[in-house]
Ligand binder design. Structure first.
Ligand SMILES: Cc1cc2nc3c(=O)[nH]c(=O)nc-3n(C[C@H](O)[C@H](O)[C@H](O)COP(=O)(O)O)c2cc1C
Length: 195
């Protein structure tokens, strides 16, 4: 089993990272291979809307995105995680999501699409964390990650929300939130073990 976690935060010891670690704990204990990547470490340019990917599952812009997609292709499970920046995901995560336009095709009409990972059984967990304690402050952070993951064909088996965390790593003092993240990680592991 091979799990790839994609972190949209540039804080390497931040709250998103801590939640990813908790989600990964059960899989690591079961001997799975895991890798966490920070989108900020990859040069990923903005989607230009050229539509050249329409029939190719491939993006014409050759940069860090291609390397990252090779990792997603090879993974059995994917974690997509971002802090809230102004009611949404970070700009690093949004650029990555936009470039994943090359992972859907519209074979019949523009109202129906197929995602590259449909029927591959690739499981996914989405994670969002923010400073304020009301869900509304998170805006569309979690729904964007979850809806997008489903569109490209990932099977979203659970989500984690961290509300009320500002300082980098402050979520580590909240055992209830970490325990919940770990139990979502167990669901991911069980789903992957079922194959
Ligand atoms: C540019 C910026 C915008 C932010 N916007 C929001 C926001 O709209 N709502 C909120 O609750 N927190 C917001 N935050 C706070 C972060 O979501 C919070 O500190 C989070 O824990 C950061 O996660 P990290 O440690 O993984 O980077 C913002 C932080 C930054 C730097």
């Amino acid at each position: 089993m091979n799990i790839l976690a994609i972190n949209g935060s540039r804080r390497k010891k931040g709250n998103t990272d801590a939640l990813i670690r908790s989600v990964l704990t059960p899989a690591l204990a079961a001997g799975a291979q895991t890798e966490t990547v920070f989108l900020g470490d990859y040069a990923i340019d903005a989607c230009t809307g050229c539509e050249a990917c329409c029939k190719s599952w491939d993006c014409v812009i050759k940069d860090g995105f291609s390397e990252l997609i090779e990792k997603v292709d090879a993974a059995d499970g994917v974690i997509l995680a971002s802090p809230t920046y102004w009611y949404s995901v970070t700009s690093d995560m949004k650029r990555f999501v936009d470039r994943c336009y090359s992972l859907i095709q519209f074979p019949v009409c523009r109202h129906q699409w197929i995602g590259k990972y449909m029927r591959t059984g690739k499981a996914c967990i989405t994670i969002a964390v923010c400073e304020q304690s009301e869900v509304a402050a998170m805006g569309n952070t979690l729904s964007l990650l979850t809806d997008f993951s489903r569109d490209i064909g990932l099977e979203v088996v659970g989500s984690v929300t961290g509300l009320g965390f500002f300082e980098a790593g402050s979520v580590q003092a909240d055992s209830a939130v970490l325990d919940n993240a770990e139990s979502v990680g167990k669901e991911l592991l069980e789903h992957m073990q079922k194959g």
